[in-house]
Design a protein around this ligand. Structure first.
Ligand code: HEC
Ligand code: HEC
Ligand code: HEC
Length: 356
C-alpha cells in the first residue's frame, strides 16, 4: 500500500495500521496485500454481503483492519436472531470525522505516515467537489465543503442512505447489483470466464477469442448506474445499457465503451449505439486511471443517456433504442496470445421514476 508521498507526518505507536482510503474517483488502490484476508470479516458478511465489495471495507481489510476493529466484536449483535441488539460501536455521520481521525489512524503525528484530512490535495478535492455539484454519490450523500470522510469515500453507509430517504420526496435507493461473493443475479453469454476473486468480478476472454457479456437477469428502464472497474490495457470492454441479454453482435442497446480507439479517436466513457456506431466520443484520455480503479456513471432516462467518468461529465446522447433492457458487462475476445482482464468491484443502481 502506498501512503501519501506528500505527507511528512508520522505516527507514534500506531496500534492499527490503516490503509489509505481508496478514492474511487481520482485515486485507485490497485495495490493489495498478497493474501486474501477475508476470513476476518466473513462472520459479518453472512448478513452484510454487500460490504464485501465496498471500497472502504476492502481498502481497510487489505491492512487487516477488519469490521470488529471499528465496530467491536459485536458478538451479541451477530447472534441476535431478533436483530434487536446493535453492534458494539456505531458512528453517526457527525461522528465519522473524529472516528477516522483517531490518533492511530488518519491523524498526523508519530512514526508512521498516515493520510488525514490535512494531507488532501486541495486542488484535487476542489475538482472533486465541483464534479459532484448538484448530484448525489452512490452512498446517497452530497459532496460539499462540509463533507465528512464517508460522504466522499466509499458506499459504506448505503443502508443509511436508503433508509434516510424513505418518506422523502426523492427516494434515494441505491442497490448493489454485484453482491461481492458470486454472480447471483447475472447470466453469462459468449466465451468469457467470469469469476469472483477478492470481491471483484474478474472477466477473462476464453481460448476461442470470442467476446462475452455478463448480463443482469433483470431488466431496467430508467436508472442511475455507477460501475467501478479496473482493466489491463489494451482492452476493449464496456457496459451495456438496456441490452437484450442475447449473444454478442445482435443485441440492441447502448454501450459505454472502455477502450482506446484511434479510428475514430475516442476513449473510455464514449457511447456506442448498436447499429449506429459511436454516438458520443470522449476525447479526453486523461480522465482514466489506467493503473487504478475508475468509476463510470450513467443517468439513463427516457431517450437520454448521460455519462460521467470519474465524476467528470462526458456528455449526453439521445437514442431511439429500447426503453428498457438488461445491464451487461462486456469484454471483447482477444487473440490467444494476449491476456486481458477486466475487474469490476461495484455495480450500483438507483431506479428512477419515469421521466419527471
Ligand atoms: C445475523 C445477521 C447479522 C450478522 C452476522 C451481523 N449483522 Fe450487522 N446488522 C444486521 C441487520 C439485520 C442490521 C440492521 C439492518 C441493516 O443495517 O441492514 C445490522 C446492522 C448493523 C450495523 C448498523 C447498525 C445501526 O443501527 O446503524 C452495523 C454497524 C453492523 N450491523 C455491523 C456488523 C458487524 C461488524 C458484524 C460482524 C461482527 C455484523 N454486523 C454481523 C445483521 C447482522
Ligand atoms: C470533500 C471530499 C472528501 C472528504 C470530506 C475526504 N476526502 Fe479523502 N480524498 C478525497 C479526494 C478527492 C482524494 C484524492 C485527492 C488527494 O490525493 O488528496 C482523497 C484522498 C484520500 C486518501 C488517499 C487515498 C489513496 O488511495 O491514496 C485517503 C487515505 C483519504 N482521502 C482519507 C480521508 C479521510 C480519513 C477523511 C476524513 C478525515 C477524508 N479522506 C475526507 C476526497 C475527500
Ligand atoms: C475503518 C473502520 C470501519 C470498518 C473497517 C468497518 N466499518 Fe462499518 N462503519 C464505520 C463508520 C465510520 C460508519 C459510519 C459511516 C457513516 O455514517 O458515514 C460505519 C457504518 C456501518 C454500518 C451502518 C450503515 C447504515 O446504514 O447505518 C454498517 C451496517 C457497517 N458499518 C457494517 C460494517 C461491516 C459489516 C464491516 C466489515 C465488513 C464494517 N462495517 C467495517 C467504520 C468502519
Amino acid at each position: 500500500m502506498h501512503f501519501n508521498k506528500r505527507t511528512n507526518l508520522y505516527l507514534a505507536g500506531g496500534i492499527i495500521i490503516f490503509a489509505a482510503f481508496a478514492c474511487v474517483f481520482t485515486v485507485g488502490f490497485a495495490q493489495e496485500s498478497q493474501s486474501e484476508k477475508a476470513g476476518g470479516n466473513s462472520k459479518c458478511y453472512v448478513c452484510h454481503a454487500t460490504m464485501k465489495a465496498e471500497e472502504l471495507t476492502v481498502s481497510h481489510l487489505t491492512l487487516d483492519v477488519t469490521c470488529d476493529v471499528c465496530h467491536g466484536l459485536s458478538t451479541e449483535h451477530m447472534h441476535d436472531e431478533m436483530l434487536m441488539t446493535k453492534p458494539d460501536l456505531l458512528f453517526g455521520r457527525s461522528e465519522v470525522r473524529a472516528m477516522c481521525s483517531n490518533p492511530s489512524c488518519h491523524k498526523p503525528g508519530g512514526e508512521r505516515s498516515v493520510y488525514g484530512l490535512a494531507d488532501h490535495d486541495e486542488k484535487v478535492v476542489e475538482e472533486f467537489i465541483k464534479s459532484w455539484r448538484g448530484r448525489i454519490r452512490p452512498n446517497g450523500r452530497a459532496v460539499t465543503h462540509d463533507s465528512v470522510c464517508t460522504d466522499c469515500h466509499g458506499t459504506h453507509n448505503i443502508t443509511e442512505a436508503a433508509e434516510q430517504q424513505n418518506g422523502n420526496e426523492q427516494p434515494v435507493e441505491w442497490a448493489a447489483l454485484f453482491n461481492g461473493s458470486d454472480i447471483t443475479g447475472w447470466k453469462s453469454s459468449g466465451d468469457v470466464s467470469w469469476t469472483v476473486k477478492r470481491s471483484r468480478i474478474v472477466a477473462a476472454p476464453g481460448a476461442t477469442g470470442k467476446s462475452g457479456v455478463l448480463w443482469t437477469k433483470d431488466e431496467y428502464e430508467d436508472y442511475l448506474l455507477a460501475v467501478t472497474f479496473q482493466a489491463t490495457w489494451p482492452i476493449h470492454a464496456g457496459i451495456w445499457l438496456r441490452g437484450t441479454g442475447k449473444e454478442q453482435g445482435v443485441e440492441k442497446g447502448v454501450r459505454i465503451e472502455i477502450f482506446d480507439s484511434s479510428e475514430p479517436m475516442a476513449f473510455t466513457g464514449s457511447v456506442m449505439v448498436q447499429g449506429k456506431g459511436l454516438a458520443l466520443a470522449n476525447l479526453r484520455d486523461d480522465l482514466l486511471d489506467k493503473e487504478g480503479w475508475n468509476t463510470l456513471s450513467a443517468k439513463v432516462q427516457g431517450d437520454k443517456i448521460q455519462v460521467w467518468l470519474n465524476g467528470k461529465e462526458i456528455g449526453v446522447v439521445r437514442t431511439s433504442g429500447p426503453a428498457k433492457g438488461k445491464i451487461g458487462i462486456y469484454i471483447e475476445g482477444q487473440p490467444k496470445s494476449k491476456s486481458t482482464e477486466l475487474q469490476v468491484r461495484e455495480v450500483q443502481i438507483q431506479r428512477l421514476k419515469k421521466q419527471e
